[in-house]
Design a protein around this ligand. Sequence first.
Ligand SMILES: Nc1nc2c(c(=O)[nH]1)N[C@H]1C(S)=C(S)[C@@H](COP(=O)(O)OP(=O)(O)OC[C@H]3O[C@@H](n4cnc5c(=O)[nH]c(N)nc54)[C@H](O)[C@@H]3O)O[C@H]1N2
Ligand SMILES: Nc1nc2c(c(=O)[nH]1)N[C@H]1C(S)=C(S)[C@@H](COP(=O)(O)OP(=O)(O)OC[C@H]3O[C@@H](n4cnc5c(=O)[nH]c(N)nc54)[C@H](O)[C@@H]3O)O[C@H]1N2
Ligand code: SF4
Ligand SMILES: [Mo]
Length: 712
Amino acid sequence: MTLPSPAPAGTPPAASPPPAGLAPVDTHCPYCALQCGMTLVPDAAGLFSVAARDFPTNRGGLCRKGWTAAALLRSPERLTAPLVRDRKGGAFREASWDEALDLVASRLSGARARHGADAVGVFGGGGLTNEKAYLLGKFARVALGTANIDYNGRYCMSSAAAAGGRAYGLDRGLPFPIADIAGAEAVLIAGSNPAETMPPLMQYFDEQRARGGRLIVVDPRRSATARLATQHLQATPGSDGALATGLLHVAIRDRLIDADFIAERTTGFEAVRRIAAQHWPDRVERITGVPERQIVEAAHMLGEAATAMVLTGRGPEQQSQGVDNVSAFINLALALGKAGRPFCGWGTLTGQGNGQGGREHGQKADQLPGYRKIADPAHRAAVAEVWGVDPASLPGPGLSANELLDATAPGGAVKALMILASNVVVSAPAAGRVKANLAGLEFLVVSDIFLSETAALADVVLPTAQWAEEDGTMTNLEGRVIRRRRAVPPPDGVRTDAAVIAALAARLGSASSFAEGAEPGFDELRRASRGGIADYSGISYARIEAEDGVFWPCPAPEHPGTPRLFLDGFATPDGRARFHAVEHRPSGEEPDRDFPYWLTTGRVLAQYQSGTQTRRVPELAAAEPGAYVEMHPQTARGLGLAEGDLARLTTRRGTIAVKARLTPTIRLDTLFVPFHWGDGQSANILTNAALDPTSRMPEFKVCAVRVEREAA
Ligand SMILES: Nc1nc2c(c(=O)[nH]1)N[C@H]1C(S)=C(S)[C@@H](COP(=O)(O)OP(=O)(O)OC[C@H]3O[C@@H](n4cnc5c(=O)[nH]c(N)nc54)[C@H](O)[C@@H]3O)O[C@H]1N2
Ligand SMILES: Nc1nc2c(c(=O)[nH]1)N[C@H]1C(S)=C(S)[C@@H](COP(=O)(O)OP(=O)(O)OC[C@H]3O[C@@H](n4cnc5c(=O)[nH]c(N)nc54)[C@H](O)[C@@H]3O)O[C@H]1N2
Ligand code: SF4
Ligand SMILES: [Mo]
């Protein structure tokens, strides 16, 4: 699946040496959680090209986004000076850093003085380094004193995190290194499409199948990943929980479950067994659209294998029942005895570059560093001591991401907002409302590399350093803490987020100081995490360098780190994994007469997330220039649509018109739109902001839609 390295257009051959101070630097890709190893190689003109590096997640492979990542470093659209707007709706003008920072500090403290500290919100991102995520959480709690900080990982990892945490007692996306995938006899992937979202990962699945292993994929589309599967279960969107429980029904009926494992290493099975008893395959076929025969076959493939893994992705997770869907898959793995053993277990294929670390260090509304709980007095005291503040001064739990954005509505509790590393106008559900609310805020400040759709609404935009211009650590999808290394200084006029946070904290009269440097920041984070669930205290920059990454938990310098969790016991107080009795519920919205199709959304290989970065890489923009709707040719025929026609899609939230792309690989009743574009091309104009009651994850993967041919 990996492509050869193209020489970036216009780069002269590296015949003469690079300018003084520039040397090849080993680092990792700026995008997804696989964090593929790469080397940035400078040429005589001081431009960089990307060389793939042998790192355990990619073993020398990269996807198209990785190969072209260096183009970001020389983008002509880069922001290189702070932008301020003198009045709402007015034009931006460039400002000095002093002016911009003074303005931000005075507007944030003004909002705090008028409306109280919680009226100032902070919205972070899972792409931030561990150090920056940590600083941002501390900045919100200590310098601003607000409870209201959350981040885009709420849109990404929160359902898996909640389900994993409640079953295992600890949330680390994968309890094993990804190389273990190759050793599992059977793997079930539910609603993840790594062939497009993490292409170099596919080498492990290829190896798994080459050894005779079976691969089952659950997806309403015959995705690039489903095409490789031994069996594809083409379920309707929103039906995952019922399918997983149906698989468990067959496993119980056909005596495939592991009674000894259930007795010795788990609790709560009886209640789950009662629910599974009612999930007869023919009933599950009616709910999911998956033929009974396939359900039985898949249960046997998993149950008869000596080792098996169940991996979930955003498909089952981004639903208003996302936590229960994941619990239903975990129940299946536990009942089969396929957890807490080598080459076994449930895991989630995490998303953003630091999707794992981003949720451990305190930018989540209910959380403090080390995956501590902000509502727990002992946890508050431990962190307050590191910060040198009174525990009573720390705010309590705040609003989750989507509720935080809702609170920016006129009359809402949040009056001023600071956003780092997220483009919510494109990536939040029901995005039309989000855009209107942000435009109407008293004050909005956004830090970004480029003028994203969200930055374009701000009162102040702060230009920030990007991946290859700063040092730090990231924690990849395996829980491996790795080093992001600086290859080149940021352009003149650009500052790092850490420097900006420190400067703002000083202007706000913060009671605690803020580390600007990456390594001092990491050392403080280590101390704050000591004794927490995500304990990094034994990890240092020197160790990461020497060992090519260290897995957390790592509670002491002499501790080897923990590549494989739960082999000796789960992280619950009694060491047993917990089943959760979950009933399938209807999605927040289902097709009806007015909106007769399911709409689901997701990703394509050549674009990343809200597209701020990848839409600005010429090769990627050419490969995927705009949004489209994928539909079955038979569905299209009934609507009078041909390939390339403009289709008008309407939901209860809004309307967009995009090109029709016809393919027989999608269900007849389902449409798919990738979400990487803004304005009139934004899938999130359509999506439903129904939230999971536990994780507060919005239902990006399921809503009801109407389709018409757009008059030319
Ligand atoms: N190219 C690319 N790669 C990326 C990213 C990117 O934007 N672009 N983003 C990164 C991030 S942050 C993330 S979170 C990951 C996401 O990685 P994935 O989880 O692989 O991505 P998605 O495309 O959102 O969803 C996966 C699949 O879920 C299916 N699906 C839709 N609805 C349902 C449903 O109801 N049930 C089931 N079972 N499946 C359903 C879709 O058809 C799709 O094939 O990718 C990471 N890698
Ligand atoms: N319909 C639909 N919507 C979805 C999803 C879906 O499947 N369907 N998936 C959801 C998921 S899983 C995710 S993760 C979200 C992601 O959605 P977003 O949160 O919008 O993610 P990005 O596009 O990565 O936005 C990151 C922004 O930060 C900037 N940036 C990058 N690095 C830095 C940095 O170090 N500092 C600062 N200050 N800025 C930086 C980038 O230029 C970009 O503008 O989208 C969610 N939205
Ligand atoms: S798979 Fe992810 S980390 Fe690897 S090159 Fe592609 S975007 Fe980068
Ligand atoms: Mo994500």
